[in-house]
Design a protein around this ligand. Structure first.
Ligand SMILES: Nc1ncnc2c1ncn2[C@@H]1O[C@H](COP(=O)(O)OP(=O)(O)OP(=O)(O)O)[C@@H](O)[C@H]1O
Length: 648
């Protein structure tokens, strides 16, 4: 058959924009291109090793698994070649020529923001590691032959300026070579010494030999097989970056070597920051699965439950057969045991942070809290542990009164050091939040329920009139500002035999505020006024009652016994869930001047302005809840009220 001629292809629009930036920018850390290319070669070798050990036929079966780098200082050239899986024609057009991550546009925006000087480390993060070579090269040539013996060999060439060319070649060995001439300003990467030094720094632990101009450079092999004490922090950080493409150090890690009932080794890392696009479920992380050093699968979902899939790393177990299909791993009892141990160890690490490293916990909780908390609704065997790890803003922790109360109550000797630290201005990273345990420990004996209020954002929550009574009485209320809280907390039901109760509910177990009884509307006058409010609010409210909780506001809306929290209802609506609006209970404050004045007006027979203002008060409460549909009418009525009030 005649050889196919050269074909030219265009990069997709996003890729073009991205390449344009990569090609035309200046970099800090351009050397990361080497880590990216070695990482691709190592992945490719993993894939072919898996094929071989599972008995699949491969091209050139006798080839040693190797990564060979050849540099020439005089010619200023760099080439990296591996004996890995290689690429088919489709791989070259679909994978190499396409942006994998849908966060790319965000990446491009970030790059543009940074003007001319970019951090080369950022490129790999977006699943386009190969293209980082354009930081140092003007034109790249890839020659490749896939391990499947029926595939042909291909040559791919591009200068990153919008198009690439592919033609068939004569290569017989399976694997891939990537080669280029270095830009003048990056000719240092043609020096074998410089390359060796970089490999020792970034890729020493790669489990395949790396040869530089024929000399083997890396020495260590799989890091997770080493004794914990023989692995340095630096190596762990580099390993993490190698497998995760993150450019920051990890927040923390676990190095596990389990023996006995179940045997496996694992290196599990928690990133400091989520990757772009992370929170769309299909982009969650997971661990790589190895079987006795042989890579089996990337992102093995069955190793971690969804709520822990912020973790990255590897698990290597001899107890799993190599050629297990996805279905088998899913139902395998070995897998389930590994997963149980991993979950328990990860939770143990988070518990340790809470106790001893609150800064780490805070970083983690701010970044991955929403995902993590969802575990309460899915992992029932660890539910109690997860509930202990929950932390919330609260009326007391936010304004610091909880600390004061604890100090007044007399502190233990051990706590003095901590106080001294705080007084130096170094507040604990978690001091504006509270766990359910601390909440219940500091609540007075007379308090029977744990109170919370949920809402869209903390600032609005803090101003909610429903908090007035609790503030005045010094009762702590948890403020649930994270949307996930609204789905998690009501399901907890009780903690330490104390029911968790939204203060939006009309049936709270609170006493009337008798401390500073002002004049208040009562008896028939109150009955009459309530009737007017009922007429005005109509069917929209379930009931109108005299409030026991309001201090400074004349009215508020609460939720009936069976009703849903207004915040949850709003979110359900946003998610297009069909829920009819639950009817509210309108509470009026009989001792508030406005209510007293209205009652007086009503008693003197002027019921018309009373109706107008009652309606206005009701709509004002709806406005506060974000439930007012017709602001136009509201403002018109407000003008009428102002007209009345401003009459001489
Ligand atoms: N040496 C190689 N051998 C075989 N396939 C390769 C090689 N280098 C790149 N590829 C293919 O090209 C694809 C794109 O590589 P690129 O480095 O841009 O991103 P990636 O490796 O998929 O993502 P990440 O950088 O996040 O690991 C890879 O997924 C792989 O299919």
């Amino acid at each position: 058959m005649a050889k196919k001629t050269k074909q030219q292809f265009e990069f997709k629009a996003e890729m073009k924009q991205l390449l344009n930036l990569i090609v035309n920018s200046l970099y800090t850390n351009p050397e990361v291109f080497l880590r990216e290319l070695i990482s691709n070669s190592s992945d490719a070798l993993n894939k072919v090793r898996f094929k071989q050990v599972t008995g699949e036929k491969v091209q050139s079966p006798k080839l040693a698994a190797q990564i060979r780098i050849n540099v020439d200082e005089e010619k200023q050239t760099f080439a990296i070649e591996d004996t890995g899986i290689g690429m088919t024609f489709e791989d070259l057009t679909e994978r190499l020529g396409t942006v994998a991550s849908s966060g790319t546009m965000e990446f491009i925006r970030q790059l543009k923001d940074q003007k001319n000087k970019l951090d080369g480390n950022m490129i790999g993060q977006f699943g386009v590691g190969f293209y980082s070579a354009f930081m140092v090269a003007e034109e790249i040539t890839v020659e490749t032959r896939h391990a499947n013996p029926d595939e042909k060999a291909w040559k791919w060439v591009s200068d990153g300026q919008g198009t690439y060319e592919i033609e068939e070649t004569d290569r017989t060995e399976r694997g891939t070579s990537v080669s280029f001439r270095l830009k003048d300003e990056h000719k240092e990467f043609a020096s074998p010494e410089r390359i060796k030094q970089l490999i020792r720094k970034y890729s020493n632990f790669v489990d395949y030999s790396i040869l530089v101009n024929g000399e083997e450079v890396n020495s260590q092999g799989a890091l997770w097989h080493k004794n914990k004490n023989d692995v340095t922090e630096e190596e762990l950080k580099e390993f993490y970056k190698f497998i995760s493409n993150d450019f920051e150090d990890p927040l923390d890690h676990l190095h596990l070597a389990m023996e006995g009932r179940i045997n496996f080794k694992a290196l599990v890392f928690v990133p400091k920051k989520a990757k772009p696009d992370f929170f769309r479920t299909e982009n969650l992380n997971s661990l790589q699965l190895y079987s006795n050093r042989v890579f089996v699968r990337e992102n093995c979902e069955d190793l971690l439950p969804e709520y822990l899939r912020f973790a990255e790393g590897i698990v290597d177990s001899e107890d799993l057969p190599l050629n297990v299909s996805r279905e088998v791993t899913q139902s395998s009892p070995v897998m389930a045991k590994i997963r149980d141990v991993l979950v328990s160890k990860i939770l143990g690490m988070i518990e340790y942070w809470v106790e001893s490293e609150p800064e780490k916990f805070r970083t983690f909780y701010d970044e991955f809290g929403p995902l993590f908390k969802s575990g309460i609704n899915s992992d029932f065997s660890n539910r109690d542990r997860l509930i202990e790890l929950l932390h919330f803003y609260s009326t007391k922790s936010l304004d610091g009164t909880a600390d004061d109360a604890a100090k007044k109550g007399g502190k233990k000797q051990d706590d003095k050091k901590e106080d001294a630290k705080n007084e130096d201005g170094e507040k604990s990273a978690m001091s504006d939040m509270v766990s359910l345990k601390s909440y219940t420990e500091r609540m007075p004996d007379s308090q029977k329920e744990i109170y919370y209020l949920s809402g869209d954002n903390l600032d609005e929550l803090k101003r909610d009139p429903k908090l007035e009574y609790f503030r005045k009485k010094g009762i702590e209320v948890l403020l649930l500002a994270d949307p996930v809280d609204a789905f998690v907390v009501p399901g907890i039901g009780t903690y330490n035999e104390k029911p968790l109760k939204s203060i939006e509910k009309a049936d709270l177990d609170i006493e009337e505020d008798e401390t500073d009884q002002k004049e208040k509307v009562s008896g028939d006058a109150l009955e009459q006024l309530i009737r007017i409010f009922k007429d005005e609010a109509g069917d929209q409210v379930e009931d109108v009652v005299a409030s026991r909780r309001l201090v400074e506001s004349p009215v508020t809306l609460t939720v009936g016994k069976e009703g849903m929290d207004s915040h949850v209802e709003k979110m359900m609506k946003m998610m297009d869930q069909q829920t009819g609006p639950s009817r509210r209970v309108l509470e009026i404050n009989p001792s508030h001047p406005v209510i007293r004045n209205l009652s007086n007006l009503n008693q003197s027979g002027k019921s018309e302005p009373v109706r107008l203002m009652a309606r206005q008060l009701y709509d004002g409460a709806r406005l506060m809840q974000g439930e007012l549909e017709s602001p136009g009418e509201f403002v018109k009525r407000m003008n009428s009220v102002l007209e009345l009030a401003s009459k001489q």
